[in-house]
Design a protein around this ligand. Structure first.
Ligand SMILES: [Zn+2]
Length: 99
C-alpha cells in the first residue's frame, strides 16, 4: 500500500517535469518542480498548473516575433499598420515607440 503513496506522486511529478521541460523551464527549475510535486503534491501541483506558461514553446520562437506582428494604429491618420516601424506608411508621420 505504501508503494502507491510514493509511486503515484512520482508519476505525476515526472509528468510535471516533462511538461516543464517542454515549456522551456531550465533544468534546475524543472528539478525543483519535480521534487516539490513529489514531496508536496497537494501544494505544488496546483501551483505548477497556475504558474506554468500557457502554451508549450514548439520551436523556441522569441517574443520579438509576437511584437513584430502586432497591429497598431497610427495616431495621426488612424490607419492600421503592422509591427514596429518608424514612419507611418500612409501619412509619413514619425511614430513613437510608445504609441
Ligand atoms: Zn499615419
Amino acid at each position: 500500500m505504501w508503494i502507491i503513496i510514493i509511486v503515484i506522486p512520482l508519476l505525476i511529478a515526472w509528468w510535471v517535469a516533462t511538461d516543464a521541460t517542454r515549456r522551456g523551464y531550465s533544468k534546475s527549475t524543472t528539478l525543483l518542480w519535480f521534487l516539490g510535486v513529489w514531496l508536496a503534491l497537494i501544494v505544488f501541483l496546483p501551483l505548477y498548473l497556475i504558474l506554468r506558461p500557457r502554451t508549450p514553446r514548439q520551436d523556441g520562437m522569441p517574443r520579438q516575433e509576437e511584437y513584430r506582428g502586432k497591429t497598431q494604429v497610427c495616431p495621426y491618420c488612424g490607419k492600421l499598420y503592422q509591427g514596429k516601424i518608424f514612419y507611418c506608411p500612409y501619412c509619413g508621420q514619425k511614430l513613437d515607440e510608445e504609441v
